[in-house]
Design a protein around this ligand. Structure first.
Ligand code: HIF
Length: 268
């Protein structure tokens, strides 16, 4: 039986606002789930990616990079029960798309057709270590995103998603939001990177940067975007032109969600 996509999107929208969750909204953590499900892809051997919904299984489920995402998956589970014909792989990626749009972002091109692996062989589950390490610099960022098939412009466009959400000491070890509007999609992240003065936070946690108000944060990988001579001009372009950022982001995020999906290639 087919999935009623219209009803499913409405059901996703209905669970986004949640007073029990950070900033009253689960949208940001759903975007992180969609990205971490997809970002394990390697074009070298065409392994990883969202198809299969392998994040339910070890070692991917217990990868430190995915800490906290079990909560996001659990929050989507009632929708899987209500719409039994949707694959979890489609549900997790679509939820990210619906969340971004509901937070006033662009509509990301998205296509169904992923299937769930029920008893994956070890070789079908991506190994730990494919997702980026926030303590590193631009060469690591390039290694990880070039492996997925992205270029420098895609990397900077995607990075704008850190306008959403926040870091948690019990998940990544880092703390705080990137912007004052963590549930509204915009080019604020780029504006802050360019216009704020970022200094090292003095605390017992991992190295991160704070703005002059000490309320906002940047990870070392975020700072790398303005320290790298090729990334920086692209950051400046997106800080100055929200429409351009929205257009490039939607294309790059759509490409991310398609990585490794095993069906006739969708037109992007
Ligand atoms: Fe994130 N990211 N990300 N990220 N991310 C975190 C949180 C979010 C990286 C590290 C972290 C992307 C790239 C990278 C979101 C979306 C995207 C956290 C905090 C860390 C450490 C987790 C926690 O403690 O809860 C690194 C190193 C990246 C490569 C440079 C993408 C582009 C920006 C691909 C992307 O879309 C979102 C949304 C969150 C917020 C989650 C939340 O629970 O609020």
């Amino acid at each position: 039986m087919a999935v009623n996509w219209f009803a499913l999107e409405n059901d996703i929208k209905a669970i986004l606002k949640n007073p029990q969750w950070d900033d009253g909204h689960i949208g940001p953590v759903l975007v992180r789930l969609a990205w971490h499900a997809s970002g394990t892809y390697s074009k070298k051997d065409n392994t990883g990616g969202s198809d299969g919904a392998t994040m339910r299984f070890n070692p991917e489920s217990s990868d430190g990079a995915n800490a906290g995402l079990e909560k996001a998956r659990a929050m989507l589970e009632p929708l899987k029960q209500k719409h039994p014909n949707v694959s979890r792989a489609d549900l997790w990626t679509l939820a990210g798309v619906v969340a971004i749009e509901a937070m006033q972002g662009p509509r990301t091109p998205w296509y169904p057709g992923r299937t769930d692996k029920e008893k994956p062989k070890t070789a079908e589950i991506p190994p730990n270590g494919r997702l980026p390490d926030a303590s590193q610099g631009s060469s690591h960022i390039r290694d990880v995103f070039y492996r997925m098939g992205f270029n420098d412009r895609d990397i900077v466009a995607l990075s704008g998603a850190h306008t959403l959400g926040r870091c948690h000491t019990d998940r990544s070890g880092y703390t705080g939001p990137w912007t004052n509007t963590p549930t509204r999609f915009s080019n604020q992240y780029f504006k802050l990177l360019v216009n704020e003065t970022w200094t090292k936070k003095e605390w017992n946690g991992p190295l991160q940067y704070e703005d002059s108000s000490k309320e906002l944060m940047m990870l070392p990988t975020d700072m790398a975007l303005i320290w790298d001579a090729k990334f920086k001009p692209i950051v400046e372009e997106y800080a100055a032109d929200k429409e351009l950022f929205f257009k490039d982001f939607a294309a790059a995020f759509g490409k991310l969600l398609e990585l490794g999906v095993k069906r006739p290639a969708a037109k992007l």
